[in-house]
Structure formats: structure tokens, C-alpha cells
Design a protein around this ligand. Structure first.
Ligand SMILES: [Zn+2]
Ligand SMILES: [Zn+2]
Length: 416
């Protein structure tokens, strides 16, 4: 037997050690992944680790926003010696884009040229939206739901390193902790931190400091907003006018109650913050304060503007403040369940008097009156661009929907 024959024999009898991830991450002619320094790392090296498969692309801002956050978590877990690895599956347009995006990633990647594998993974996990982080546990079980976690991005945003090892048990622990935190919530523990126990009020030449304690016992709105955000710029003046109306009403009718709003800014520059806060009649957390971040996480604020309302006991009444202001204006105060139920009934009563269909100046088709029960649901009003729910006028064919009080009726239906 010559040398070549022996090689053939050996290779035939050679049985690759079964790797948990090889069927997923290797291909028939590739058993490796690329390290950040372009070295080849065997797929079998991932055995025994928790693996995140990261679907992402440099051209998409939500991906670019998430990557550094994941990188921070990754480095911390590495530093602690936790068995965690991430594999990047690129949806970048070309090799250069891939390479430049890669340079911000401390983890492994499927080679850009391996289109088949990338496509296969997207299909396998039915990826519809990026960024997506699929987390796989090191040991396979019979129940796929136990070992495949699809909302890695959300979990990292929410819990950071604490989400590790992403098991069902760990997530239940975190949820329980979160619940307890919300149950013990007070205005003081929400708005202060170990360096600061005040909020900013307006004053010249420097903003005045207002003790957080002065908010205890008041109904408080936390207004998550930013100057760079158009819907915020549209909503803020409306909120200011409602704020004044509520304040006036309280002075006249309810002397023992008070209402305040605190601006929680996601502005990225002090100048933007200063000029924006300058337009607001209420208080603010200082620009760049760490509490901004923790509150955003704590209330799971996904987009601005968002208005979270706290009751006089400091507990959360609703995260739908913006919607409620749009729907009920100053009547939404004090945002309690009883008040909202009362307003809902009132709306239902009011709707009984509304025409079942209506022609609206902003749309060429006839609109139909709908409620939650009759095909209506949460919508964006095409007239005022604000969110709405409950009663609305709708053109189902065009997906056109407006608040009932945004309709400008025109008489287009009658002949002539
Ligand atoms: Zn509207
Ligand atoms: Zn239409």
C-alpha cells in the first residue's frame, strides 16, 4: 500500500467528532469560522458554549446601534471567562462593507463569500428583521423552544451581561427581579442616583436645582423625548398646552393635588438639550445623566416621544401617556384606571351620536366609523400623525385612518 492509498483509507474511516454546531455553521467544504484577525477557528471549538448567531448589516442604522452594545456585553463575558461566542451572519452589500463592519466586532463570522451558508441560516431561523440575535444553548434538547431563543437583541438591550446564560431559568429570575423592582418603585428611587438628588428647573443664568423629594405625592409624567426627533417636536407644544391646562384646573379645583412633568432627554448634544429644554415649562434630568439610560431600560422605552405617568404613590399608572393626551387632552388627568374607564364610556356614548360614515377633507373615499370591536385597533392618525386607538374613521382599502375629532367633514357624498 502506498502513501496515497493510506491517506484515502484513513480519511474514509475517519469520523468527524459530532459537533453541536457543525451542521448549522459549517458547510461541506468549510469547517471553520473567521476570527476578527482573519484566522480560521474550527466550528467544533464552539462546543460547550452558548452561541449567539448575529444577523446584521452595516447599512441599517438599528444594526449599527446595536453592534457596539453587543460588543460591550461580549467583552465583559469574555473577561469573566464565560463560555459565550457570537457568530456574525452578514447581510452587507459587498466585501468592503463587510470588512469595515467586521472591524467593530470582536467575535467570529461566516466568511462573506459563503453565500449559501448565510442564506441557509436566514432560512433556517426564518429571519425577517435585523438586527437579530439567535441564542443557542450548548446542549440540544428535544424541545426546540428551550434551546433556541429568538429575542437576543431585546434581552441584551434589557439586561446586558446579566442575561447570560440566556436560559429559561435565568430569564425567569430576571423577570421576577424586575417585577419586584416595579412593586417597590418610588419617585425617589426612580429619579435619584448616588451622585444626584435634584432635578433641573429653569433659572438664570444657571438652571436651578429642584429637590426630587418635592415630587413625592404628585402625579408625575416622565417625558422621554429628544430634539432630533420630528414626532417629538410635533408633540411637545401640544403637551405644553395640556400641561398648563391641567395646572390651571388643579389651582381652581383641586388644591391638594399637583402634577409635574420631568423631561428625560435622549439628546446627544448639550446644545440640543439646552435649547429644547428651554421651550419646556417643567423639570428635567440633567443632560447625559446615567439615570436617563436606566429609566429608558426600566420602562422599556422603544421609541420617543413616550410619556410614562406615575401616580402620587410613585407607582406606574400608564406608559400610554402620549396616546391618552392625544385622545382625551387635559381630561386624561389624573390618568387613573377609574378616570380612563370613565372617559372610555364617554367616548362610546359620544360615538353613538357620530355618523356611521363621513367624507373627510383629507381623503377622497368615504370613511367608516370603527371601534376596537369593529375592525379598529391602534393606528396612526393620517391627519395629525399621532397615535390613536378606540374610535376612528377608516378607509379600509387605503389603510387611511383618522381620530374622530380630526375629521373635517365635507359634503361629497350627496349628488351635486
Ligand atoms: Zn388625529
Ligand atoms: Zn381610501
Amino acid at each position: 500500500m502506498n502513501k496515497d492509498e493510506m491517506w484515502v483509507l484513513n480519511s474514509e474511516s475517519y469520523k468527524a467528532p459530532s459537533s453541536r454546531f457543525s451542521s448549522l455553521l459549517a458547510s461541506k467544504d468549510r469547517d471553520f469560522l473567521l476570527s476578527p484577525t482573519e484566522n480560521q477557528v474550527k466550528v467544533s471549538d464552539l462546543d460547550g458554549k452558548v452561541v449567539g448567531i448575529y444577523f446584521s448589516a452595516n447599512w441599517y442604522p438599528p444594526c449599527r446601534k446595536f453592534t457596539p452594545i453587543l460588543a460591550g456585553v461580549y467583552e465583559q463575558l469574555k473577561g469573566r471567562g464565560c463560555g459565550f461566542e457570537v457568530v456574525f451572519v452578514s447581510s452587507d452589500e459587498d466585501c468592503d462593507a463587510f470588512a469595515s463592519y467586521r472591524s467593530s466586532m470582536p467575535w467570529l463570522a461566516i466568511p462573506f463569500s459563503d453565500l449559501e451558508s448565510k442564506k441557509g441560516l436566514n432560512r433556517r431561523f426564518e429571519i425577517e428583521d435585523i438586527p437579530c440575535l439567535i441564542i443557542l444553548q450548548p446542549v440540544s434538547t428535544d424541545n426546540e423552544e428551550d434551546e433556541i431563543l429568538r429575542d437576543g437583541v431585546e434581552l441584551i438591550y434589557r439586561y446586558g451581561v446579566r442575561a447570560f446564560p440566556f436560559t429559561k431559568q435565568r430569564l425567569e429570575e430576571l423577570e421576577k427581579e424586575e417585577r419586584e423592582k416595579h412593586e417597590n418603585q418610588t419617585i425617589t428611587n426612580l429619579l435619584t442616583n448616588h451622585n444626584r438628588n435634584f432635578l433641573l428647573g429653569h433659572g438664570h443664568p444657571v438652571p436651578k436645582q429642584v429637590d426630587v423629594g418635592s415630587l413625592v405625592g404628585k402625579t408625575v409624567g416622565l417625558y422621554f423625548s429628544a430634539q432630533w426627533c420630528l414626532p417629538c417636536l410635533k408633540f411637545t407644544p401640544k403637551l405644553i398646552s395640556i400641561y398648563h391646562k391641567i395646572k390651571e384646573m388643579l389651582v381652581e379645583e383641586k388644591e391638594n393635588e399637583d402634577f409635574e412633568i420631568v423631561f428625560v432627554s435622549s439628546d446627544s448634544e448639550q446644545v440640543g438639550f439646552d435649547s429644547y429644554f428651554g421651550t419646556m415649562p417643567w423639570l428635567a434630568l440633567p443632560f447625559g445623566d446615567p439615570t436617563v439610560r436606566s429609566l429608558t431600560k426600566y420602562f422599556d422605552v422603544q421609541r420617543v416621544p413616550c410619556l410614562v405617568i406615575l401616580g402620587p404613590d410613585g407607582k406606574t399608572l400608564t406608559k400610554q401617556g402620549r396616546n391618552l393626551i392625544n385622545l382625551y387632552q387635559e381630561k386624561a388627568y389624573p390618568f387613573t384606571k377609574a378616570q380612563l374607564e370613565f372617559l372610555e364610556k364617554l367616548k362610546d356614548e359620544e360615538a353613538k351620536g357620530l355618523p356611521l360614515s363621513e367624507y373627510h377633507a383629507g381623503h377622497r373615499h368615504e370613511l367608516t366609523l370603527v371601534s376596537e370591536g369593529t375592525g379598529g385597533g391602534p393606528f396612526i392618525c393620517c391627519e395629525c400623525d399621532e397615535q390613536g386607538f378606540g374610535w376612528a374613521y377608516q378607509c379600509i382599502d387605503c389603510g387611511y385612518e383618522v381620530h374622530t375629532n380630526c375629521v373635517k367633514a365635507v359634503n361629497r357624498g350627496s349628488a351635486g
